[in-house]
Design a protein around this ligand. Structure first.
Ligand SMILES: [Zn+2]
Length: 235
């Protein structure tokens, strides 16, 4: 015979299982949302990185242009001076300065070309990073919305499941309920059938004495191994 509290305990256990599953699903939502938010943040960071590279190259280009401008001014000055000098050695010295400056300008212009090429590449990276976020942002936003809706609906279900658990507790004798709650706080399910002499929770063989108590159904029996409440399934 089953102990008279078993049936009510099994109803409570069933509702408790639902409540726990809802709580678990609800508990996973913050991490899911965080993953989406991290993706958005990573895509935004990629845009910022590309923008910073691009800006850095633009300011290097400006510096080079200033340097080239300065060299060109010097070159013009040397040429004017050269046209005015009378002495041959002075003429030649200025000619040397002119050559050196021209070579320097050539070198700087080469660097400028390289930077302009790098700027084009940085612009492409920037555009690609922006495109990626633009392509994904709708999906990210949808996903966050789905998670928020899920959160709200799980909260509502959880509230209902908690009420259902409280209702199931009504009418269960105090000692049986206390024992159930004590076991359930450690291990779940807390109330299991003995089948073939084995506990339905830990699957170990229960003692003849515990099985005898379960069969009689006058007291709540417990598995000797795991402490779960056991009941005899008469077939
Ligand atoms: Zn057991």
């Amino acid at each position: 015979m089953r102990h008279p509290a078993i049936e009510s305990l099994l109803i409570l256990q069933d509702r408790e299982q639902t409540r726990r599953a809802l709580g678990q699903n609800l508990g996973m939502i913050p991490a899911d949302k965080a993953r989406v938010e991290q993706k958005i943040a990573a895509e935004r960071a990629a845009i910022e990185t590309a923008k910073a590279e691009w800006r850095g190259l633009e300011s290097r280009k400006k510096l080079l242009e200033t340097e080239i401008g300065g060299a060109e001014d010097r070159l013009a000055k040397y040429r004017t001076q050269q046209s005015l000098v009378k002495k041959n050695d002075e003429y030649q010295a200025l000619g040397h300065e002119i050559e050196t400056t021209e070579a320097k300008i050539g070198e700087l212009e080469e660097q400028e070309l390289e930077i302009m090429f790098a700027i084009d590449q940085a612009k492409e990276r920037f555009a690609a990073a922006e495109q990626e976020l633009n392509d994904n942002i709708a999906d990210h936003t949808d996903r966050l919305k789905v998670l928020d809706d899920r959160d709200a609906s799980l909260r509502a279900d959880l509230g209902a499941a908690e009420t259902a658990c409280e209702q199931a507790k009504i009418g269960i004798e105090a000692r049986a309920l206390r024992l159930f709650e004590q076991v359930a706080s450690r291990t779940f399910p807390a109330c299991v059938a003995v089948e073939g002499g084995k506990c339905g929770g830990c699957h170990l063989r229960v003692s003849g004495e515990a099985e005898g108590v379960a069969r009689k159904g006058e007291e709540l029996a417990r598995c000797d191994q795991c402490g779960r409440i056991i009941w005899w399934e008469s077939s």
